[in-house]
Ligand binder design. Sequence first.
Ligand code: NDX
Length: 256
Amino acid sequence: AMQCFPSLVLALSSLLGALALLQLSLYLRVPSRYGKHEERLCRPRGRLPARCAWFLQELPSFLVPALLLALRSPPRLEPLGCRLLCCLFCWHYFYRTFIYPFFTRGRPFPLQLLFFGTLFCIYNGFLQGYYLIYCAEYPNDWCTDIRFTSGLLLFLLGMGINIHSDLLLRQLRKPGEITYKIPQGGMFTYVSGANYFGEIVEWFGFAIATWSLPAFAFAFFTLCCIGPRAYHHHRYYLKTFTDYPKSRKALIPFVF
Ligand code: NDX
């Protein structure tokens, strides 16, 4: 049977933090090349329809922890860590894998990024799953701890904002359309990267609720990955639309 190796958790979490910094250094000045930031002259080959790409890429983040959980000896959901994993992490990736891709109207996704994205989701799915199933230990009254309750609240709030914003983006296009318009409503009233803002709040909520190194490393990675992307989206909108709302910020309402 599997057991907890704290040094493995520490090593994998540190590497995730290092990847976050690499990500930041690579994509702070130039955006990652998918969606509205893909170069026009790029070869038309080497892409997969958005639907397949997002499904394949995100699937391991659901499957790996779900498998780890299934392989655990019963009673599987007894430890609070397992329930946290099941309810929060897998719930998000159930949405991202089985619901989001089937409604997306996004442009075809570059195979190369799909490859790295899939590797990332395997890695992170394993780290979060392994830690919460085999390492995490919580006191009996963790559910009434302020870290758990406030974290859970942030997680739910972030997830709500993320899903709502993804929906607003999707409604900007008719099926088959690939043009860009000014997003309106919901959190887009305040920021250009409303879906990213939600996702970041969500994973920091998860980190606070689980109070774990792997989860904080992942929240930090998310911030370094889609934070800069929100900024590049914002710049794209300001450049493309002369009537873009002046008061709108890039990522954090009223601030940045
Ligand atoms: N997938 C996380 N790194 C990533 C894919 C890219 O879930 O090599 C990270 C994720 C991966 C990344 C993943 C990991 C690191 C990679 C990176 C690429 C390079 C990088 C591999 C795994 C890398 C190292 C160096 C470390 C190896 O046509 P379109 O597609 O633009 O259409 C869009 C549409 N839309 C509009 N439609 C009309 N008018 C407008 N104005 C529109 N604006 C947008 O809306 C899309 O169909 C849709 C959403 O677009 P966009 O650009 O706002 O969001 P997107 O970036 O596609 O993300 C979609 C959702 C979103 O909710 C976001 O929060 C979440 O996924 N996400 C995304 C990325 C990472 C992540 C979450 C996380 O870290 N938690």
